[in-house]
Design a protein around this ligand. Sequence first.
Ligand SMILES: C[S@@+](CC[C@H](N)C(=O)[O-])C[C@H]1O[C@@H](n2cnc3c(N)ncnc32)[C@H](O)[C@@H]1O
Length: 446
Amino acid sequence: MTTDQESKDRHFKDLYASPPDFKVLGRLDPDLAAVLNGRELDFDDPASVMQLTKTLLKLDFDLSIELPDDRLCPPVANRHNYILWLKSLLDTSSYEKPGRKAVGIDIGTGASCIYPLLGCTQRPWSFVATDIDSKSLEYARENVKRNELTHRINVLARTQDDLMIPLQDAKIQSADFTMTNPPFYASKDELLESAAQKSRKPFTACTGSETEMVTAGGEVAFVGRILDESLELRERVQWYTCMVGFLSSATKLVERLKKEGIDNYAVTALVQGSKTRRWAVGWSFQAMRPEQSVARGVTSKAGAAKIDLPPATEQQVLKITLPEKIGEFADELRRHIGGLELASWEWDQERLEGIGRAEANVWNRAWRRKRKREMEVEEQESKEEVKKEPSAIAFGFQVRVRVTKNNLSVGCRWMEGHDAVIFESFQGYIKATVNSIRGTAKEKKK
Ligand SMILES: C[S@@+](CC[C@H](N)C(=O)[O-])C[C@H]1O[C@@H](n2cnc3c(N)ncnc32)[C@H](O)[C@@H]1O
């Protein structure tokens, strides 16, 4: 059964998959029609660009905003892409159903406050939205009020020297994510040069103001500060994320993550509905790992060659010809996995998939031998009733059986843990188990 959340998500997912038809939009919104020239919109005219943003926010999200002429006017499709990726990042790095409540921190929210507004429209999220620019803060607060979201979005003024992740000042213990679209440029000259290249007037709604667009060291230094803070806060935030404008910035950030020993990270290209490609990077000290399409969303050859992507988390372990009795095969697989000493194991008979968690690589022969010895000792000492403390979970996984007309495949996903070697070893165990089930079935047939 599809839930409200699922159908809402589906609607938002492909919203900008094809380019907008301005004539159609103009029919729906007379304010946009007034700035159109037939089917054309002048992207070099700040007033037209601003009207397009207002129109899309109104028609697609039922949001209304006001913006000053001298601050950045956010292109909606591009900002929406970041929110879509965040939704997938959170949904797939949790055992909860998609669409859980979450607290986010938007660092540098701008006059529009666009990310918190878009996020709250699509999900039961709440936000702390920060900025250092007093004019942007004033507009951001008004935009939150205008959309009746003051109970979910806390606009917080910061200074250049404050911590960027304001858990303490916002009076919260933890957060589910931080996000930022940092100022791009390292200097005013760089901004002017880029505006000249695009033949645009600088310091308008199209290009943004100096405070918005320029930061010492550029976007890598800005996100670098967030990374420094994350090394202190660690698990208190599940996902630290950023959007960057240059592939080289994403590459540098990933290099830094690896240098800091952060193994759980995600990189993606944000492309839908936007001519300008952007990149998103996220990292986590927690153990839940996102789905592969989210963590390794760099599909272009150039991107994949330059960025050191995180390890694969999904693997089709093997594909076999369809067994005679699919139900029996799946039951056997469930029983074998269930026979391991797992911390938990739940099987969904309808979907033919199960989720398990283990304190160690409990399928491994050496582990089982060790465990047997431990149990013998425990038995001898059992008169004293020693209670075993539960250990931390080292590995969480999903096993999926997929059936097509002629084949059956078994795949697994690494959902939790920091050790890629355990995942590899688990794949070996699943392969051996499936082969052994097939062998037994053949024996029976004889
Ligand atoms: C590129 S703009 C992004 C605005 C908006 N989030 C968007 O995507 O359209 C960057 C924002 O970061 C803000 N900013 C710069 N330094 C900051 C800091 N140390 N803490 C919080 N915000 C900062 C700027 O004032 C600006 O509003």
